[in-house]
Write a protein that binds this ligand. Sequence first.
Ligand code: ADP
Ligand code: MG
Length: 390
Amino acid sequence: MLKIPQFEEIYGRPPRWIVAAPGRVNVIGEHTDYNDGFVLPMAIERYAVMAADVSPAAPPRILVHDSRARDTAQIDVSKPVTKADPRWSNYIRGVVAGFQNRGLTIPSLDISLVSTVPLGGGLSSSAALEVCTATLLETAIGTKLDPVEKALLCQQAEHEFAGVPCGIMDQFISVMGQKDHLLLLDCRSRQTTLVPMNDPSVALLVINTNVKHELSGGEYAERRLQCETAAKILGISSLRDATVETLERARRKMDLFTFHRARHVISEIERTLQTAEAIPNANWPAVGEYMYGSHYSLRDDFEVSCKELDVVVEICRSIGIKGGVYGCRMTGGGFGGSCVALVKAEAADNISNRISTAYKFATAGGETKNGIEATVFSSRPASGANVIKS
Ligand code: ADP
Ligand code: MG
């Protein structure tokens, strides 16, 4: 689903360039990134898209009309760009600043923006917006950054201009995704491997539970600390270097929580590598089992799931392979957000409806009586950032 932003209606002439960058879903590899492990994300068929042209305005400035905010942000690029209102413009400002820091001169630009990546839904509309901006600037300036440098520039924008201390996954997949491929990313070396998934008989479903539980605070920080503690006890720099066997042998040296957290991370890294091996062979039942395994590990050992995510996984399990579902797991940090399921493509619509109905039923009762509406869509592995018109 790629929407082209209105440009002529806003600026009175056709655009010179159109560029797009996708959101993503992480297929497997959860809470492994800050343990130097592997993640296996996929670019989804939802994109931030910018249409643009140069403008004669002086001193140079960038105008961005955003169809969602129905608002235009103005960015003075004659001097170093800093954080400013409106808030959503900071993702763009951060990327512009990154280009300026590399000594690149930014021209006056008129831009219009539209995005089909749901905002704040854990599908990384933020990285899509950053990478879209970087792709447009590359095109307008006539220079191409190295893909790793481009992704890191966008990550830095998210750190410094949005104040979100994210890892490298979202920007890497939005830059480097390829149609019909997943991306295996080594969060230690930053090495990337494209994993072919060109069997058209399967698709991924993204099922948003539409709940986000308020945390009492510190849940994520606590788990990071437990992972670090476990590594320290094992005498290694990160859990990447441990095996389930070495952990088992050290079981009595740590408390049970620390042990469980570490067991999730170590087994999840293993499952991620096994999944990356099974996908090119189209071994979908095996991939599905790794996904369920990931979910149960996140639920029981890492303890970051919640009732609604568990409900979706159990609905998928009960539909089963006969009904077209190979596997399902929560995706993202946890405590709400979305699940990702591997399904037979021909059954995807039917499965979406079955999940929505069963989820609504399962979450009904109590005070409200009304169940929760899930938001479900299917996607094949999409391509990363690209120039649609130049
Ligand atoms: P996620 O990346 O999971 O969607 P984030 O909270 O990281 O969630 O990013 C969402 C924020 O990104 C929004 O609140 C908004 O500020 C900004 N954003 C992303 N895409 C757009 C867009 N098309 N228009 C305006 N703001 C956007
Ligand atoms: Mg984000």
